[in-house]
Structures are given as structure tokens and as C-alpha cells.
Design a protein around this ligand. Sequence first.
Ligand code: 13P
Ligand code: SF4
Length: 305
Amino acid sequence: MTVSEMQQEILRLKRECGICILAHAYQSHDIWEVADYVGDSFGLTQQAAQSDAETVIMCGVRFMAETVKMLSPQKTVLLANPEAGCPMAEQLDREFVLQMRKKLPDYTVAAYINTTAELKTVCDVCVTSSSAVKIIRAMPEQKILFIPDCNLGSWVKEQVPEKEIMLLNGGCPTHVRVTVQEVEAARAAHPDALLLVHPECRHEVTVRSDYAGSTTGIMKFAQESDAKEFIIGTENSIVQHLQMQCPEKRFYALSKDCVCHNMKLTTLGDVLNCVRGEGGAAIEMDAALIRDARRCIDRMLAYGG
Ligand code: 13P
Ligand code: SF4
């Protein structure tokens, strides 16, 4: 089958079976073209809360499919490639956070959405890269323990100086590979380009950027800007997506190493197998886990919407 034949078959089956396909922006272009919605983690969460399809296929990583299931427990939620997980989501466990809560009883725990459902049960609020500043600012609590991404946390801390934000030592193994040397080399090679980065990058990289924001934020900035050239400091798929959307502009990858192997696992073939009922992993969570983990997602949607 050609790519186009596979896409036609996916579109036909998803219409016939009432299936909604959600794709994170780091997915490949052939998947974007069959998705009902493409966006960042906050946008995916909002879509999950709104969709009325009976089956949702998540083309992304496991915590994203878990979020959909928590918001719509009655739906069948399939993770298109069962192996696709986010390593950052596994960095902390529940027991560790419980110990931290004991040590820091007056701190509110804000968890990046890139965490397991189990970990969310012992946190107070979730944030995403596009909503973190808004949510932390809006929360009445003064002392915040921000987990697990210290780079996103440092970026938030800088913008919300009125709060006491404590950080731990976690982060995204993909974005953390980007170095200041690469920033200097890219700036020298493309002196007229603007540097757009994701705040999961090291803090010393983010502070050297012209714009820092979520994947959707980066794409919107590049589309709306009058500038003609951009250095992109996030997962490298975004370079190609932007080049297709804005053919009159030029996009360069900040680092050849900014590739998320987990996001790359899902193929168009996986999506086809899912709509045929022959693939993917159905997300199963018991009612108590959903109830306890969902609290901090609901709080995120209330503050960040
Ligand atoms: P956003 O799309 O929310 O910016 O998140 C980036 C990311 O690394 C998702 O895993
Ligand atoms: Fe996780 Fe980073 Fe990959 Fe996103 S880019 S899924 S945070 S490893």
C-alpha cells in the first residue's frame, strides 16, 4: 500500500467507526494528515475533554493516552504504539513524592503533565509548557514544589518571581541534549534567524532564545512573525512541519540530536492497525486511580483554560 492508500483507508474507517485521532505535534506529517486534531499537550487535553467519539486513538506517548482516558473513562482509548512512553514521566515515583510532601508540608505540588497517572494521584495540580506560567501565577498557594522538569521549572520561576518555587533534578532527555555551543554555532551560521526554543531545553539555552514556548507556541510564533528565518530548538519534526506550512520562510534545526525516539515510534501503519481493530494498546485504569489522578488535571483545566 502507498502512503496515500493507507491514509484513505484510515480516513474511511475512522468515519465509519466514529473514531477520533489525536496527534501530538511531534508526530510525522503523514499522521498529521489523518488526525482530527494536532497540537501540544494542553490542546490535546482540551480536545480529550470535548470529543464525543466513542474511540480515541492517541498518536503520541502513554501519559497523553492516560490523560484522555481520565477525562473520558467511558471511551475506548488506544495508544497507537504501545511502546511509546515518555522517559521523563518515569523519573519520579509515588513514594518519593509522598516523602517530599512529608518533608515540605506547606508546599503545593505542581506536576508537569508528563508524569504517570499514579504519580498524579499525589500531586495537587498539573501544568503543561503552554499553561504552566498562567497556572502557577493564578494559584493562590505561595510555595510550589515543581516536578519533575527543572528546566521548565526554572523558566516558570523566572516569570513568576512572586512565588517560592522549589525544583528537583528531572527533565526531558531529548531537549536536554541541546547545548549552548549549538546555540552559538547556529547563531553564527544564520545571523538573521530568530531562535525559538522549547522551555524543556536547558535554562542556559532558553535564556539565549528570542522566544520560548510550547510546540504550538513555537509554531504560532513562526507563522505570525515577519521574520524570514528561524532556528528551531525543539523536537526536529517541527522543522519539517513549519517548512511545509510556511514555504516562503526558512527553518533550521538547532541541534541534530533533538530527536525524541519515543515520539518517532508511532507509524502510519500503527494508526491503520488501530482503526482496523488490530493494533494499539487499550488504556485500562481502575475507577479509583482515575478519580485520584484526575483532580490535578481538572484543576489545570480550570486555571489554564
Ligand atoms: P508540548 O507539546 O506541550 O509543548 O510538550 C512537548 C513535549 O515534550 C511533549 O512530550
Ligand atoms: Fe518525553 Fe521529551 Fe519525548 Fe516529550 S520530547 S515525550 S518530554 S522525552
